[in-house]
Design a protein around this ligand. Sequence first.
Ligand code: FNR
Length: 366
Amino acid sequence: MRDLVCVKDFEEFAYKVLPRNTLDYYRSGAGRQETLDNNRRAFSKYKIRPRCLRDVSTRSVSTTALGAKLLMPVGISPSAMQRMAHPEGECANARAAESMGTIFILSTIATSSIEEVAQAAPKCIKWFQLYIYNDREVTINLVKRAEKAGFKALVLTVDTPMFGLRTADLRNKFKLPPHLKLANFEGENSAAVSLRGRKTGSALNNLGELFDASLQWKDIEWLKTITHLPIVLKGILTSEDAVLAADHGVAGVLVSNHGARQVDGWPASIEALPEIAKAVGHRLEVYMDGGISDGTDVFKALALGARMVFIGRPALWGLACGGEEGTRKILNILKTEFEYALAISGCASLEDVRQCMVVHESYYAK
Ligand code: FNR
């Protein structure tokens, strides 16, 4: 791991060490994967307009999210089944986030339970990602457990009335390896969410059938009645939905296309970000994820209106390469790269990152 110096190095190494079933599940996007490619490529279409002679001798990359102080503006997005990458899975990633002073979002369909993660990383700022199930009792139970375990926000994923079709998982008939379990569903609900015993297709698409596909905006009101935690909606890609989110009183939106895993043909997250930030940036906190693999990506997302960004796959590559230490290194690399981009472009802190410092490439074609 010593020789891995950027996210791409980690990704390439992870490709060598992960079993095929796991690697395909982690790396895949939906359909022909055009959105997956675009999530990264779209960053190249934005250029940084640097400023100079602006005293960057004293620098800071700290920020806040929902009132919590963070040492860097990059957190970890929820990704399912992290113990497929490393035996300590979500616990290791939460500890990595804890040591770097940033947020870890735990997936509902994790292989470590809410309580295990809380115990492993008690000081980490943890948010809990939620799906709403046909059986509302399942949802209520998860929310109560997350509150009790000290999670600070609920991240409701709103782009998943069902899971997208991912060709590789269909081909591999993706299943959770037998030594692992979906740890948040022990007891009465575990059988219902089991990823085993299915004969055809990806077991994930069967699991998705348990999600409530009839969800509407009024259900956000319902969610507010069962929790005192702030709610972040994850998977917003249009200004129209962002305005509705603000109208429904949520605390934040995470601009995301779910790592391009839902519908091929959706925009890259970075392409969707500007219209959303413009529409609601003054009403709630706006975050983004999707395709972040370098500190300059972080700079561009912040200039285009994100308060902070999150990474999905890079934290899985970190985990696969070196457990907690691997993900800490990924976060450290992104932090350092961001610090360099910031200072050399003439900014001493996040407040200096102005919208006019990042433009679409067409600006230079004029
Ligand atoms: C995800 N993502 C996701 N999102 C969510 O809300 N709940 C989940 O359980 C999962 N699970 C999941 C598994 C895997 C393997 C991946 C790659 C992604 C989406 C995730 O939170 C995030 O939006 C994207 O991963 C961000 O894109 P990058 O950083 O992977 O490019």
